[in-house]
Design a protein around this ligand. Sequence first.
Ligand code: ASP
Ligand code: MG
Length: 405
Amino acid sequence: SLFVMKFGGSSVGDTERMQRVAKRVAEKQDEGHKCVVVVSAMGDTTDDLIDQAKLLNNKLPARELDMLMTTGEQISIAMLSMAIQQLGREAVSYTGWQAGFVTEPVHGKARITDINPEKVLRSLDEGKIVIVAGFQGITADGEITTLGRGGSDTTAVALAAAIKADACEIYTDVDGVYSTDPRIVKVARKLKEISYDEMLELAHLGTAVLHPRAVEYAKHSKVPLVVRSSFNYNEGTVVKEEAALEQGVVVSGIAYDKNVARISILGVEDIPGVLAGMFGALAQAQIDVDIIVQSGISNGKADFSCTVALDDRERAIEVINGMKLVLPYREVTFEENLVKVSIVGAGMVSHPGVAAQMFDVISKQGVNIKMVSTSEIKVSCVIEGNKLNEVIQALHTAYNLDTDV
Ligand code: ASP
Ligand code: MG
């Protein structure tokens, strides 16, 4: 079979870990498989490069930042290729552009528009292990781009789709996808399987194992994903189209996101176009708005609140202040120390009362629910942050997710 194996920054954090990865890849080849390996920059290299650049220029010109950041992955591919060759195997390293990754002409977070993997395929045919730099591409114009932070997952999945690999294995520092954060709930269980849709929700909810864009890509191209540890041989979690639902399981996972702030815009003139104006301006400023609630109208004035990422809150307030002349309102406020807790499960669709149970469990912890949003397979509640652990533990037990100990 043909495998794409992706190793993240912590898996290739130093030369010793690099050797461990090399051995792991060689073992895969010994099992009779063809291997393409996608790697991230070593350890915190990308962050370190950005920090150094900030000492020279606080504005970080986007084109030059891409030029700089892509060097991190280039170090990794060369080193890993050397480590693999040291084991007596043939290996070759390719940058993103050598591997054929074409992106839109945007710096910092470009989308892949095309992949021409001829070089990769040729080297595979020659029996080589192919090592490809994650997170990078080139525009039709020949400009170097990056795919957004954490983008190596996307490189791996997109390449797996392009070369019709049998699976894309994401090797990371955890064993797989868990029912919730094992640091909070000791009896969290590792999921054997999960559907793309469920994984997509979890990825968007801040469960850091997989980049959302990579999951989207996998869902679209139906590449089976396996999330597993690079430090042990435990079975990982398979992410695929239809995950087998365990008997009686309605909720597969519980996620939380501490990176939320609530913005409230009070006393807004209730006329057509208000929402479009406000949220259009936020979108234009590249501020992602998550939950939006209109919380009542009186005397022709409406109150709205929405959530944004914590680091975006000041900019969001600025944008809304800037709208005051066009869209009059009384005041804008924000609230921090909040957290969004979400339950996710494909089994929810056929089980009414899942949300009601969640509200009940949260209220029994004496915690106030500030905002709610739902989809077919997800319920999210924004709550105050100080009782997060208790809430997650209670939900984990209530939805029968605790492993038997
Ligand atoms: N090295 C890049 C980053 O740190 C890409 C990645 O790790 O996936 O964001
Ligand atoms: Mg990284």
